[in-house]
Design a protein around this ligand. Structure first.
Ligand code: X8Z
Ligand code: ZN
Length: 610
């Protein structure tokens, strides 16, 4: 199964395929309920369900892998077929589990039963035709994204990799705008499919007792759905003043670069100028925003090139970090079966993901690695998923998942925070560690990724929750998307959008149906984890210079949390590592604290806000 879509239970493949279903004999399950079942029956039910689903999951994962690494008619059909088989059984089982609602049970069995309802991202209704349709839609949209390209008037065509590179490196506003608009031509044909997908899955969610999929998505966090939303807003409230300061500075610098007619100083920033196709991370335009005073900031892309790193060497390098903490090396099959580079002869889903196909040790990543510092961090991110998957593989199947999905996304990022100059020197990628007088440059660069991302991480699902709950109607989908982008990120569409635009669909996780709040959580959690692991590793310097590399103590502390999988509420897993049950954004704020003072100084005479 792949983790890019992991929920806290181990049925993610259904989600991975955007499929979930149920056979048409739903009466059968209810007619069985005669007398109050016993605890022993509940446990037997859980055992049998786990065995059955484990068996269905493996071939469904293999088919999904085959499809995503070779998009064509046949792989699409097989992936949808096997995905539907798995998810229809999983949904049936989730429904059937309701008969044990009033049975007194040990905590673990109760947790498994309760978790079952939340394990499907898009549950299908019991109507077999609709279930099959749901499976096909999910597969189809994934393929549309994966094989999407934009063709220019002269007949040359660009894929997403080309255009993402342009967004990062080009500084010509017209060319940037062309790439930005060009990529958004892939998504209008997805819109009707998206509407249909939500409609069918809402029906499935209702059969499971939810109001809609929005309630299902918000409910899987060991607290009531509405409290969870408030928790997100609380965390965002902690980060927002910092974000506003960063936004103010970057907008001012973009105004100096492109002129204030393109970058008005009292409006949101046009989305094509921030160095990323979705304006979600900004470090690619560090050169635009960097301090006036000359600062030495390590250029990892350059270092990789100078030291002759190829894609495999980059992955080996990331693996070496994990083994330095005491984790076992990746299995031989990882190296044989992973997709590291973009194949020249076929369409694939390039968006990075990490998989454990047999739920044991068939670990793989699927990437189209670029030889950049940014991608070096993504490799650490993906391996974090793989080492987590392996750490919980001894748990019962229903607990093979992360404490919550934000944890899964946070582990590799936590490790990447330790890829500091000190560490890069240790592995021979650079010769000299810049001294502390350069720290503002380094912190600014990192904040342009980590702080800049936070509002984007929040708004993607704010949009989807509104769509799923029907609060926003299909004719307003795109407008609402841009309302949220302006409100939270202070980023606007660079040009008026056409009536048929479906800009959310140009972001992988929308057609790929991967919940996104997980990345928001991960951006808060990774700084909490890093702060704690640095203490355990005994690194006494400033936390932004700390690297836990080589610390077996830190590795053990991390592993103790990872091994728990989804067996306990996430609050308890958090406590095992950090001693607190609260998510807390002070860790990210403390990490960047010196930068905040610097930004405030820079912004002194500027009009901030939008
Ligand atoms: O999708 C991802 C990972 C795979 S789980 C590469 N990320 C989000 C994105 O790319 O939008 C990582 C950070 C946010
Ligand atoms: Zn991930």
């Amino acid at each position: 199964m792949r983790t890019a879509k992991a929920s806290s239970l181990a049925l993610m493949i259904a989600a991975a395929l955007g499929t979930a279903g149920c056979t048409d004999d739903s009466n059968k399950t209810t007619s069985k309920v005669t007398a109050q079942p016993t605890a022993a029956e509940a446990k037997a039910f859980l055992d049998a369900s786990q065995k059955e689903l484990t068996k269905l999951q493996h071939p469904a994962s293999q088919a999904a892998w085959a499809y995503q690494t070779y998009i064509n008619q046949d792989t699409a059909a097989v992936a949808a077929y096997l995905g539907e088989k798995l998810s229809s059984r999983a949904t049936e089982i989730a429904k059937e589990s309701a008969k044990f609602n009033n049975v007194e049970l040990d905590a673990a069995s109760r947790r498994m039963l309760d978790g079952l309802r939340y394990s499907l991202t898009l549950p299908a209704p019991s109507d077999a035709e609709k279930s099959e349709r749901l499976a096909q839609i999910g597969t189809q949209m994934e393929g549309m994204y994966g094989s999407g390209r934009y063709c220019r008037e002269d007949g040359t065509c660009w894929g997403l990799t080309d255009m993402a590179n342009m967004m990062a490196n080009e500084r010509d506003a017209d060319l940037l705008l062309e790439a930005w608009k060009g990529w958004r031509e892939v998504s209008p044909p997805m819109k009707d499919l998206y509407v249909e997908q939500a409609e069918i899955a809402n029906q499935g969610a209702q059969e499971l007792g939810f109001k809609d999929i929005s309630e299902l998505w918000r409910g899987g966090y060991d607290m009531p759905a509405d409290d969870f939303e408030q928790e997100l807003d609380r965390l965002w409230g902690q980060v927002k003043p910092f974000y506003d300061a960063l936004h103010c500075h970057v907008r001012a610098k973009l105004g100096e670069t492109y002129g204030t007619d393109i970058v008005a100083q009292d409006e949101p920033i046009p989305a094509h100028l921030l160095g990323n196709m979705w304006a979600q991370t900004w470090s690619n335009i560090y050169d635009v925003a960097k301090p006036e005073q000359e600062m030495q900031v390590v250029d990892v892309t350059k270092a990789l090139e100078e030291k002759g790193y190829d894609e495999i060497k980059m992955v080996k390098g990331a693996e070496a970090f994990f083994t330095s903490l005491g984790f076992e090396p990746l299995p031989e099959t990882f190296w044989e079966r992973s997709q590291f580079t973009q194949p020249a002869d076929r369409d694939v889903v390039c968006h990075a993901s990490a998989w454990n196909l047999d739920s044991v040790d068939d670990l793989r990543i699927k990437m189209c690695i670029q030889k950049t510092g940014e991608e070096f961090a993504v490799i650490h991110h993906e391996l974090g998923h793989n080492f987590y998957q392996r750490a919980y593989n001894k748990q019962p199947m229903f607990f093979q998942g992360s404490a919550n999905d934000g944890f899964h996304e946070a582990i590799g990022d936590t490790i990447a925070l330790s890829v500091t100059p000190k560490y890069l020197k240790r592995i021979g990628l650079i010769e000299e560690i810049p001294d502390a007088s350069n720290d503002i440059g380094m912190l600014l660069r990192t904040a342009m990724d980590k702080i800049a991302f936070v509002p984007f991480g929040l708004l993607v699902d704010k949009w989807r929750w509104a769509v799923f709950s029907g609060k926003v109607k299909p004719e307003d989908y795109n407008q609402y998307w841009w309302e949220l982008r302006e409100q939270y990120q202070g980023v606007k569409a660079p040009v008026e959008r056409p009536a048929d635009a479906f800009d959310p669909g140009a972001k992988y996780h929308i057609p790929g149906n991967t919940p996104y709040t997980r990345y928001f959580l991960a951006h808060i959690l990774q700084f909490q984890f890093h702060r704690e692991l640095c203490k355990i590793a005994g690194d006494e310097g400033p936390v932004h210079r700390c690297s836990i590399a080589g610390s077996k103590e830190a590795g053990e502390a991390l592993n103790n949390m990872l091994m728990m999988g989804a067996s306990k509420p996430w609050q308890e897993a958090l406590e095992v590592l950090t001693g607190t049950q609260q998510m807390d954004a002070t860790a990210i704020l403390d990490y960047f604290a010196p930068l905040k003072a610097w930004l405030d100084e820079q912004n002194q005479d500027r009009q901030c806000g939008w």
